[in-house]
Design a protein around this ligand. Structure first.
Ligand code: ADP
Ligand code: GLC
Length: 486
């Protein structure tokens, strides 16, 4: 079975968030299940070196105002098809944002080009390689299934929603420039509240819609979480499937992680303390033994609920606990955490920025990781936390609800707890739970038992890769039945 994944990010090459981790890990997990996956990705400057080692190059002619070439390359165990279109992707700044931090003015055209190239590979093949399934990820890839249908192809398509908050909404003046059939500008097509939505186009044109946790799949049907897409998704309820993300167990492994001073395992937990000491140094925190060191590794946005943590800080401080925060995003939140560090030197440490290696040290050196998201389709940092014995303190929503077992009295008695959940998503509930974590920390035996449970909790891709494979197989069977004479 051959699957073409369409995405705008892929770890370890280009990453702004969890989407990249998933797109980087899923092909390897699928390979273990007999699925041959290729990832079509823009050739950003960071991928130039990989492109130069390309094994095949096929000119695509003009796409969105310039000439483009598709380059096949194998790197880090991933089979890539790089869309080399310098007029769209060869530039400084970020992959979505310019140097001033604004969305690139031509983002619609940039990712329409990616989708167009994907549709062409799906229909015409690449160097004799034809996918059986097209798997589009988030709004950046949403037009790929749509273009396929526009060209009359019935190739089975799966659309994965990683975050419904990003909907690829653009003005209807782009219908022509994006080569969209004007007839599709309707309630049953890509039209969304008087504009174009590429996320909606992908949902409408795909045979199945998946999202990254079972709870988020249910939440998406509600007004609270559906963000205007709930009606559409309700009408596709039977096609909507929640498949939990996994993590790359080779990249996130405390026994082999090259970014931590001493490797450790569930059997040798005492070695975790070397990471803690390094982390304290890095964040200028005062060492302490009778209260946990909490960490946060996050985009600083409304979604992530870190304003709630700011409100709950007095509780954390009063318990003698400490906080190390690594993040970037909203300027107001960045400033607020910088101020909190200045107010509580040695207790609250803030590093504003994006630092993959430091994120590994934080997962290893902290006692607990706080993820107070208002909504969270899956969330990966709590999964890394589980694997590193760094207990997640999470809001009970989306994938956070599905991956952490709260240390309630009952769960402690039965020995299955892996962390802490709180609800509702308020500063008070978070503060209470920080308090609860601090209490448990004082009982070293109980805390260590939860750490060991957390580290044993399955967070890899095995079950989820099976689930994706099953979805793909069903679509192939359905397609075969459609073709077979009655
Ligand atoms: P989202 O994709 O919504 O940002 P996830 O939890 O799914 O949330 O994934 C976030 C990914 O980005 C994780 O791999 C996390 O470690 C990483 N990350 C987020 N912020 C930073 C940062 N400032 N530095 C390093 N890694 C970060
Ligand atoms: C999105 C979501 C996050 C999820 C990630 C990968 O960025 O916000 O919850 O883990 O995609 O699927």
């Amino acid at each position: 079975m051959r699957v073409l994944l369409v995405a705008s990010e892929c770890a370890p090459f280009v990453k702004t968030g969890g989407l990249a981790d998933v797109v980087g890990a899923l092909p390897k997990a699928l390979a273990g299940k007999g699925v041959e996956a290729r990832v079509i990705l823009p050739c950003y400057p960071a991928l130039r070196g990989v492109a130069e080692k390309g094994t095949a190059k096929i000119p695509l002619g003009r796409i969105q105002g310039g000439t483009a070439t598709l380059i096949a390359a194998e790197e880090e165990g991933i089979s890539l098809l790089l869309l080399d279109a310098p007029h769209l992707f060869e530039r400084g700044g970020g992959i979505y944002l310019d140097e001033a931090g604004r969305d690139w003015a031509d983002n619609a055209q940039r990712f329409a080009a990616l989708s167009e190239a994907a549709a062409r590979v799906a229909i015409d093949g690449f160097d004799g390689w034809f996918p059986d399934i097209l798997h589009a990820h988030d709004w950046q890839a949403g037009l790929a299934p749509w273009y396929l249908r526009q060209r009359g192809s019935g190739l089975p398509c799966v659309m994965t929603i990683h975050n419904i908050a990003f909907q690829g909404v653009f003005g209807s003046d782009l219908i022509g420039p994006l080569n969209l059939d004007p007839k599709g500008y309707s309630v049953s097509g890509y039209e969304f509240w008087g504009k174009i939505s590429t996320m909606k186009a992908g949902i409408v044109a795909s045979n199945r819609v998946t999202t990254v946790s079972p709870t988020y799949a249910r939440e998406l049907l509600s007004n609270e979480f559906g963000m205007g897409m709930e009606g559409l998704l309700q009408s596709r309820k039977t096609d909507l499937i929640g498949i939990l993300n996994g993590i790359d167990l080779d990249v996130w492994n405390p026994e082999t992680d090259p970014d931590i001073p001493e490797n450790y395992s569930a059997r040798a937990l005492n070695r975790k303390s070397a990471s803690r000491t390094a982390l304290e140094k890095r964040f200028a925190l005062t060492p302490a033994v009778d209260a946990p060191l909490f960490c946060v590794i996050s985009r600083l946005t409304e979604q992530k609920g870190l304003d709630l943590l700011l409100q709950a800080l007095p509780t954390l401080v009063s318990r003698g606990a400490r906080l190390a925060l690594l993040g970037t995003g909203d300027k107001g939140l960045e400033d607020a955490f910088r101020r909190a560090s200045a107010q509580h030197p040695g207790i609250v440490g803030t590093i504003i920025g994006y630092d993959e290696r430091l994120s590994h040290l934080m997962q290893a050196g902290s006692d607990a990781i706080i993820v107070p998201s208002r909504f969270e389709p899956c969330g990966l940092t709590q999964l890394y936390g589980l694997r590193y014995g760094t207990l997640p303190v999470v809001a009970r929503t989306g994938g956070l609800a599905d991956t952490v077992i709260d240390a309630s009295d009952a769960a402690m008695k039965s020995g299955c707890a892996t962390g802490f959940q709180f609800a509702p998503t308020t500063a008070e509930a978070l503060a209470d739970t920080i308090d609860r974590a601090c209490n448990l920390f004082l009982d070293r035996k109980a805390w260590t038992a939860v750490m060991r449970n957390a580290m044993r909790h399955p967070v890899g891709w095995d079950a989820s890769a099976d689930a994706y494979r099953a979805v793909f197989q069903t679509l192939l069977d359905e397609a075969r039945q459609r073709k077979a004479p009655a």
